[in-house]
Design a protein around this ligand. Structure first.
Ligand code: SF4
Length: 165
């Protein structure tokens, strides 16, 4: 069977970002995945109960996603509202969805505190980033799911096809 791939919903054109917009990736690889019915769309922050639009939120400066998942650090809005529980719930929902669908590959939106891989915003709300990953990415990686940023679709495609059975 064709293996399935979990994809950040905003990359697929869903207007689920904090600012109410999408970050659509227009790419033949994604078009082919859709045609082959491989795509499982997911937005961890919406799944975790946050509204659209919503205030931006970032992992506390100096803390990691692992710290957040361990309950040792928070995710805050610029006004200091604690939205950690929503982010953690959304990460767990992503893992549950992936498991239910037999997903072993994910393509997630770079730099997001949920979906980032290599970089995430650094908690200062200045547009600067720190090394990733985000909270959902951390949880998926910890459970053996390969995560690629939207800039590595060819690599994601190769990994995905290797899972076909
Ligand atoms: Fe996109 Fe992930 Fe942010 Fe949802 S949580 S809007 S899927 S980057």
């Amino acid at each position: 069977a064709a293996a399935r791939v979990l994809v950040s919903a905003c990359l697929l054109g869903s207007r689920v970002r904090f600012d109410g917009r999408a970050k659509t990736v227009a790419d033949a690889v994604v078009d082919r995945w859709r045609a082959e019915r491989r795509v499982v769309a997911h937005c961890p922050e919406v799944a975790g109960g946050l509204p659209v639009p919503r205030p931006p939120a970032e992992i506390e400066p100096g803390a990691s996603a692992a710290d957040v998942l361990a309950g040792a650090a928070r995710i805050l809005t610029p006004e200091g509202a604690d939205v950690t529980a929503h982010f953690v719930a959304g990460a767990r929902a992503a893992l549950e969805t992936a498991r239910r669908q037999g997903v072993r590959t994910a393509v997630l939106k770079e730099s997001s505190p949920s979906c980032g891989l290599l970089r995430v915003y650094d908690g200062t709300f200045s547009g600067h980033t720190a090394p990733g990953p985000g909270v959902t990415t951390r949880l998926l990686l910890d459970h053996g799911i390969a995560v690629f940023p939207e800039t590595a679709l060819a690599e994601a495609d190769a990994h995905l096809r290797a899972q076909d059975g």
